[in-house]
Write a protein that binds this ligand. Structure first.
Ligand code: NIG
Ligand code: FE
Length: 415
């Protein structure tokens, strides 16, 4: 196994305490000046101040040594919520939305998510793979070394499986770690209009979930709980079944209207609830008690021209917060965690330290990857970024610039 020593770095990392960081803990970041990382086979063997890491190292026991010239170094970003597997673009829809047509109205008229469903149906599996890989590589260049990708532009069993196969192939053929989420409950297909119960019970629960399970092709199950899409009862039924089958569970909750999706997340001890722009204080606090992570998606609020989720309060209420891009062709065409980071600090009033935990360790917890990823500590994978700046403040301060100079995956430079 190759041993690599990275020296002369200014390291910033959250410290893993065995569960997602909440409240004041979310804002605590370890800082190591004149730091070094010794990686063995891509895994961190030692990390700390240079003299501590190099002390006692036998001569010639390191295969490669790098001087990082004092650069700022942070963990690779983890993006715990994307819909990055898609075909086609929706620029026409974006134009209508910025002129005032509501997002849910477009879906009601058969556009929005349903137009992406048609695009995924019409494209070959190879072409869908090429497009998804292209998006994943764009995200990698912006510092995302691990991400979740959801299905949900199939809505038919074969097409959902097609998406999940593509996601698996992107995991195999790019340097990123990728976690797949099954989201057959992303919209009610036109053929089931007014029959959402039947779609949930007969198609998703009876047909899709067992097939996805049998093929071992997704780890999580997610549902879009929203007015005119899936109700809290339908979401609860689906997620309970999925959990009993061994899936981790997630819920798109209270994005536009407060239906109580955050309360369902708390009740079912979901890994996470996402969006939460309209979630009530009571349900958010219940999530905190249940240990469900609030995955906030400020680039979606930006793109939908909505009020941002109140990240400041949510952290203060001791709900562990993660941030994600929500990258998709409709509500948020953005694969950049640096952009999301800036919005979190400037528009959700989170501190830079809180945003750093939210985009690394808590994000890794939200997709069950914290054992190996999300912070720079002994035994974890050496996934890290070199920033163009003195501290992680640069990610919010240098607006519109990604500030990412180098991306390392398992101690190998990939960007
Ligand atoms: O998280 N809200 C539901 N799903 C996505 C949007 C998907 C789309 O518009 O294509 C979201 O915003
Ligand atoms: Fe989403």
């Amino acid at each position: 196994m190759t041993r690599k020593l990275f020296r002369n770095a200014h390291i910033f990392t959250p410290i893993d305490k065995g569960k997602p960081l909440a409240g004041e803990e979310q804002g605590k970041i370890a800082e190591i000046k004149d730091g070094a990382i010794l990686a063995n086979g891509g895994v961190i063997e030692k990390i700390g101040v240079d003299c501590g890491v190099t002390k006692g190292l036998k001569p010639n026991c390191v295969d490669e040594e790098y001087d990082l010239c004092g650069a700022c170094l942070i963990p690779g970003f983890v993006d715990p919520h994307t819909h990055m597997c898609f075909a086609g673009r929706r620029e026409d829809e974006f134009g209508k939305r910025i002129s005032g047509l509501p997002y849910l109205e477009i879906l009601r008229q058969g556009g929005g998510i349903l137009s992406s469903v048609k695009a995924v149906k019409d494209i070959s599996e190879d072409e869908l793979f090429c497009r998804t890989r292209h998006m994943a590589m764009r995200a990698l260049a912006k510092g995302t070394t691990t991400m979740e990708i959801k299905s949900g532009y199939g809505l038919e069993t074969d097409l959902e499986l097609k998406m999940l196969r593509v996601i698996r192939r992107v995991a195999q053929e790019t340097p990123l770690n990728i976690v797949a989420t099954f989201m057959g409950a992303h919209a009610v297909p036109a053929a089931y209009k007014e029959r959402a119960d039947e779609f949930v019970d007969e198609i998703i629960i009876k047909e899709m979930l067992p097939k996805v399970r049998e093929q071992g092709i997704a780890e999580f199950c997610d549902v879009f709980c929203e007015e005119g899409v899936f109700s809290t009862d339908q979401s609860r039924r689906l997620l309970k079944t999925a959990a009993a089958m061994g899936f981790g569970i997630k819920i798109h909750a209270d994005e536009v209207n407060d239906l109580g999706g955050a309360g369902v997340a708390a009740e079912l001890h979901a890994a996470s609830a996402e969006h939460l722009l309209a979630a009530s204080e009571e349900n958010l606090k219940a999530m905190g008690r249940a240990g469900s992570i609030a995955v906030l998606l400020p680039a979606t609020a930006y793109s939908l021209k909505k009020l941002y989720a109140n990240g400041r309060n949510i952290v203060d209420w001791r709900v562990p917060v993660a941030i994600a891009t929500d990258c998709n062709p409709g509500s948020c065409f953005c694969e950049s965690i640096p952009f999301v980071f800036g919005l979190s600090v400037m528009n959700m009033n989170m501190t830079v330290n809180e945003a750093l935990t939210a985009s690394t360790l808590n994000a890794a917890y939200a997709i069950n990857r914290a054992k190996k990823l999300g912070s720079l500590e002994i035994g974890k994978q050496a996934d890290f970024l070199i920033l163009d700046g003195e501290t992680p403040v640069a990610l919010a301060y240098h607006a519109g610039s990604s500030s990412i100079l180098g991306v390392y995956k398992a101690a190998a430079r990939v960007i």
